[in-house]
Every structure is written in C-alpha cells, then in structure tokens.
Design a protein. Sequence first.
Length: 296
Amino acid sequence: MKSGIVAVIGKANAGKSTLINVLVGEKISIVSPKPQTTRDRILGILNKDGYQIVFSDTPGIYKSMTKLSDYMKVQTEQTAREVELILFVLDGHEGVNDSDVSLIQKYTTAGVPLIIAFTKIDIMEKEKLPFEFAKLRDAGIENEIIPVSARKNKNLKDLLDEILKYIPEGEKLFPDDVISDKSERFMIAEIMREKILLKYDKEIPHGIAVVINEFKKRETGNLYDVNLDIICEKDNHKAILIGKQGAALKEAASFARRDMEKLLGAKVFLTTYVKVKEGWRDKEGLLREYGYEKIK
C-alpha cells in the first residue's frame, strides 16, 4: 500500500484546483479565472486500489500586497516542506517565463522531489510544446515534465504514474470515504465566494470574505438554514455587490444555493447580507475572525 502527500504549487491561475478536482473526481476546490481563488490549503484525497494520494491545493504564488496574501504565501511555503513530492503546475497556455524558472529552481532546492505538470495543452498550439520545454532545459531544469489537460483528461494517467514513483509505502492517512479535510461549513462559504468571483469584475472579488453565521439542518424535512455575511472593503463595493434593487446579489446567491444543495443533497434556505469592513485584509484581528489564522 502506498500513501503520501503531494503539494500542488504554482502561480495564480495555473490550473491547480481544476487539476486536483479532476484527479480526485470530486469538486474539492473552487475554481475561477481570477487570482486569490484558493486562499487556504485544501486537501483532496484520491483513493485507489493499492494507494492513497493526498493532494494539497495551495494558494497561487504572486507578489504579496496585504496581510491576507502574506498568509497565503505562508500556507504555500509550509506545505512545500511537509510532503513527499511537489507537483509544480505551470500554465502551458501562458508559456514559460523567467519567474516560472525562478520558482521551479527555488522549490527544486528545497530538498523535496519536484515534477512539473505543464497544463492547458488543449488550448495551446501543439508545435509550441518543444520550444517551451526547451526554455526549461536551457535554464538547467531537468525535472520530469508531463504535459496535461485536466479539462480534456489528457495524460492524467501518465501524471499519476509519475507521482506514484515518489509515494512511499505506508498506511492510509484518511479513511476511504473521506475526499477532503474541509468541513461542509467551510465548503458552503467557498461556494458563495466562488460565485462572487465568477460574477463580479476587477478588484471586488479579491476584497471579499464570506462568514457563515448559521449552518444548521432542520429537525424536520431535508432542509438546511444557511445565513452568511459577505464582507467587502468599501461602500461602493457593497453597492455593486447588491446591485440595483438587489438583483446582482440575488443572482449570485441563486447560483450558490444550487451548488450548496448539490453538495449537501438537501434543500437550502439561504440568507445573505453584505457588510463593509475597510481594510480587513490588512487587519490580523479580522483575518482571524474570518478564519485566517495568525500569520507566523
């Protein structure tokens, strides 16, 4: 029996969460085309005959701008030191640049084996692949590179076969029926945040947090009551989130409720409020209150 943890690391929007969701076969992490989609380490657990791989989805790497982004950076750095393998996800559609090379070199010298998943090959020109790989080789990077497409399920078996080379023999870390370390309450908040990320433009999604006030199943009927606050940083952001006569928020909440009901297998009575907390991303007290532990 093989069992081990793989840190999935890469820049924002490289496709880390999508890759993990497809590999595990369940939606573990929310997905959007915007940076800061993943803010916490989230474990996705793949159980198969003969092995258990625990994928640790980490926040995307980019320049720290707030205490929240500092927190996210710490999550990634800590995860990279606690695993059997680093799976570095590189956005093939964007191509290889100097910052990619620097990051791979940094993690290659961390003392943990590293392989590269070259993602999104379904939306890039195939003839560019050799040139992109050559950029890495010319920079002295000799790590194994596996070109993949999570959405088209291309080369994922090859990727798993390569990962398994680094997974040691050992007992399972989680029971067979567990696919994530996160609670339903956590996932409910993430679903709401995902719909905001997808619906609203520019900086507004980056400055929001979702706080669950109530998450309770009624004693009769297959129904959950969910009451939550959407925290934003400015009064004009609140106005945009709510929209004219509340239309924008109603639409986002409606989309969120559908996914919540799918997750819980029950009807959801969802109540949402929007509150303004200026500069919350730079206030450690509010970060702790909203579920982001103190940065060490």
